[in-house]
Design a protein around this ligand. Structure first.
Ligand SMILES: [Ca+2]
Length: 440
């Protein structure tokens, strides 16, 4: 199923545009980048010819992206966008192990083949057993959330010492005075797994804003047991400009302890005008984060506007440029800040890769496993509006190839996880959990 012909890919791309357009009319469209990614996809496909030659996949340098660019921007280096198409050669087995859920925003494997998963809109935390295909009753003790727009119960992670502490961390959008914030909280999973005890909020990404878009919300533990949290810049103009400000936690990567305190070694601790929890800034809406197992570097994926989704390597104190520079344009088609795309020339960090048109990137995970050897150290990213999983092959921090998987499922892929056994798990907004393994 990974061996799609180009013509099939093309027609599927057009199909997903149609689906995105259809989704526009439904209530659920307020989901993610809501009108945004639908618009982009629709606009994209209007004049896209669907004629293609059979056998185009023989051309080794054909881009994985078959749609025309949305922007006029040129990449800073040739490998920065539209990488050559690749195909997985291993025969794969894909199955839906669970269905009937809601928007399954975050997942973590807390015991072999057992996942804690969040339900964004219902604000529920559930246990999914991958072997049995079973789902638990909602775990009690989860926080109150604001679930309008892109808000709700978002990510979940377990402490590195979970076996002893049973500590579970979650992110969510929270109502506070003045609006909503991305918040982080923690609780202790009871021995009988029915409740989260002593739940407390440990961090709020202030300032609050009266809006329901761009919460970011991914969390991951570092080797010292501290947390990286990603945030969004709350989307609207001018609040989004706060991504550039060091006195606001919007549009940032944030580095905190398990008690929500800034980590001592953070880059702006000595700067009296800057918030101590900030690690990097100038981000738009970071929806995926993971360590590259080959280099140990922290990688993130962030939603661009219309085109310009970025893959970035995160280093302390770096400024990634939003909304001063971007490889995307406004959803209206207008230029952002007069249309400057170069990052480095303006003193910002170039993305390692960007998508034009959008891949609508959500959760991501490196394949740190050898169960499917050709996938080892590849990066997998959920695509929301073009409905596919992106496989990215990286060599020396350069993207050398890209593949789109599960293109014919027409699902909005929300989060990606690799189990200890090497299964690739993907959750969707339609409440499905896929398990992808090598065929026997
Ligand atoms: Ca950028």
């Amino acid at each position: 199923m990974t061996k799609l012909s180009w013509s099939r890919l093309m027609s599927l791309t057009v199909l997903s545009s149609v689906l995105a357009l259809a989704a526009c009319g439904d209530e659920d469209a307020s989901n993610e980048e809501s009108t945004n990614d639908s618009d982009a996809a629709t606009e994209e496909s209007t004049d896209e010819g669907t004629t293609t030659e059979e056998g185009a996949d023989e051309g080794a340098n054909e881009s994985a992206e078959t749609e025309p660019k949305v922007t006029e921007f040129e990449p800073a280096f040739p490998e920065q966008t539209r990488a050559p198409a690749l195909e997985t050669e291993t025969e794969l087995n894909e199955e839906v192990v669970v269905d009937g859920l809601g928007v399954t925003w975050g997942m973590v494997e807390f015991e072999p083949n057992r996942l804690l998963v969040t339900q964004r809109d219902a604000a529920e935390l559930l246990i999914v057993n991958l072997e049995e295909g079973s789902v638990s009753e909602p775990i009690e003790g989860t926080p109150e959330v604001n679930n309008s727009g892109q808000g709700g119960l978002l990510d979940v992670a377990v402490a590195p010492d979970f076996d002893e502490s049973r500590s579970v961390f979650m992110t969510f959008s929270q109502d506070i005075e003045g609006g909503t914030v991305t918040a982080v909280g923690k609780g202790v999973l009871s021995e009988d797994e029915t409740s989260l005890e002593d739940f407390e909020v440990i961090f709020q990404a202030t300032p609050a804003y009266d809006g329901d878009l761009h919460y970011g919300g991914r969390i991951i533990f570092d080797e010292e047991g501290n947390l990286f949290l990603t945030t969004g810049e709350r989307s609207d103009d001018p609040i989004r400009e706060r991504a550039q400000d060091l006195d606001a936690y919007l549009g940032k990567v944030i580095h905190i302890t398990q008690d929500g305190e800034p980590v001592d070694s953070n880059p702006f601790v000595e700067d009296e005008d800057a918030l101590d929890g900030i690690y990097s800034y100038g981000h738009r809406n970071i929806q995926g984060i993971d360590y590259n197992p080959e280099t140990g570097d922290l990688w993130i994926v962030e939603f661009g506007p219309q085109a310009g989704d970025e893959l970035n390597i995160i280093e302390p104190a770096n400024n990634y440029g939003w909304p001063i520079v971007s490889y995307g344009i406004e959803y209206t088609g207008e230029l952002i800040n007069d249309g400057i795309s170069e990052h480095e020339a303006q003193g910002f960090v170039e993305p390692r890769y960007y998508w034009d048109p959008t891949s609508a990137p959500s959760g991501m995970s490196f394949y740190d496993n050898d169960a499917i050897p050709e996938w080892e150290n590849n990066l997998f990213i959920g695509g929301l509006a073009p409905n596919y999983i992106v496989r990215v092959v990286i060599e020396d921090d350069i993207v050398v190839g890209e593949e789109r998987l599960l293109t014919d499922e027409a699902q909005r892929f929300r989060d990606i996880l690799v189990t200890e056994d090497g299964a690739l798990i993907a959750s969707t907004d339609g409440g499905l959990i896929y398990q992808i393994t090598a065929a026997e």
